[in-house]
Design a protein around this ligand. Sequence first.
Ligand SMILES: [Zn+2]
Ligand SMILES: [Zn+2]
Length: 308
Amino acid sequence: MSFTIPSNELITEALGDISQLPDDMKMAVTNRIEKSFKPITQPRGGDWLAQHEESGQTMKSFQMNLSKAAPHGTHNTIYIQPLGSFDHPRAPPVDVINEFARAFFSGCEVELLPTVDFTNNMKKRDRDGQPQYLTGDIHHYLCQTRSKRDSRRELLSVAVTMADIYPEEGWNFVYGQARFVEHVGVYSFARLDPLFYRATAEEIHRTPLTEQHSIIILRRCIKIILHEVGHIFGLYHCIYYLCLMNGFNNETEMDWKPLHLCPVCLHKLYSTLQFDVRHLYATFANLCDTYGLEKECKWYRKRLEYLQ
Ligand SMILES: [Zn+2]
Ligand SMILES: [Zn+2]
């Protein structure tokens, strides 16, 4: 798969018409761009772009995507549904992840639902002695239980789980999968522990969580949730800068993707949510500060300075 790094002209075209944006958003997508946003690099070996053909999504093509989620009327709430036990000594704090999602999707309500268990109807298989659940059955569950949530407020709902998941026979696993038309998705945190590929489930359970690992796990979980909910908001994979919406094949590739949207993707999300970008950046920076995401806190605070 050969990937051509997009020219400045193509990036400007992808960004689209910004003439109607309020001043702070105009600044956010034009000011000191080269200081804050790294260009996309030529992919190597196992990287996502080396294995997947991505043509990029311009602002124009984003606007033509009719299945994207967009708040309308009373439908303004993102529900996060924990599924299965989070009673694990190394489980990420779902309430903190919820706080990050609330700050990031500013303009929406984000609500964490009480944990529910897997049902007998959800198909599972055995993977190295651990159950692995079929994503389609979880999507089906989210659609079937819509009436138990507040369906007048619901914009989209996503399940998060510590269990491993798979999309169909023939696949080893998947980090997550959405059903775009129904605005539901499911995301697994199972493989985001740095020990996942290095130890058995029992050994992982016994290993005390270091501060370093807890930050790695939290950062990865937040990236997965924001990236995947971004897809439900109609954002395709980004090829214009290093960006939260870049595709990734594994945790290593995920780790060097940033926890922010590039100007093109920010413009797309803004066109749907109409957030106050300064408020969003300030709130997100404070959360990063509180939970030890130092480099991200620095980035958001620096970016805020460029919007003054
Ligand atoms: Zn993706
Ligand atoms: Zn982007």
